[in-house]
Design a protein around this ligand. Sequence first.
Ligand code: GLP
Length: 233
Amino acid sequence: MEVVVTTSPGEVAADAIAGHLRPGAVLGLATGSSPLPVYTSLLRRRDTGELSFDSVRAFTLDEYLGLPRSHPQSYHSVIRRDFTDQAGIEVDGPDGEATDVPAEAARYEAAIAAAGGIDVQLLGIGTDGHIGFNEPGSSLASRTRTKTLTPRTREDNARFFGSVDEVPIHVLTQGLGTILEARHVVLVATGPAKAAAVAAAVEGPVSAYCPASVLQLHPHVTCVVDPDAAADL
Ligand code: GLP
């Protein structure tokens, strides 16, 4: 695993992603605040003609179950607002309104495979070490499926909703095994609240207690952290 400590994580992660951009490229996108500087940088580079999103497709990691796609905090709405609508990129994601959840999970896995797999997957990390919505205890070989959020993750994400009670309890997320199939993984973490999770992911044992630690098994991971998130390394 390559670990880059930098005061410009958005630029460094955008460099890594830009290296994969070509017609037909398949991006794996993440929601949350950590990837926002990456999207800003990529859009700026597109505006200056440095790169192009022509014929690029994208898949998201996860979605809240039971939240309509039109809800402003559905990850479908969030990723379109934060990046893909501005980039002109077609994006697919797990359908949080699916009534047959296992069938939707299977559809999503098949859609990623039919696209040829993900060239580069951007990831944030939860304070408990989750990636996507693979909470601690997730099988290291898991595929897209439903998960129950921990109280800590619901509290972390309450800032996007009116209150913690409005944060959905169940989600659909790519599994750790699904994420490991991306050809390159770029994880971005910033701020002191992520320091413990980053240290456990990078230097701890590979364990379901810290789902991000599974990335130690992947042959091509770039972990981009600011000095605060690197404090416990
Ligand atoms: C959510 C998302 C994760 C994301 C995490 C951290 O739980 N499902 O994909 O990595 O939040 O978000 P942030 O970057 O806002 O701290």
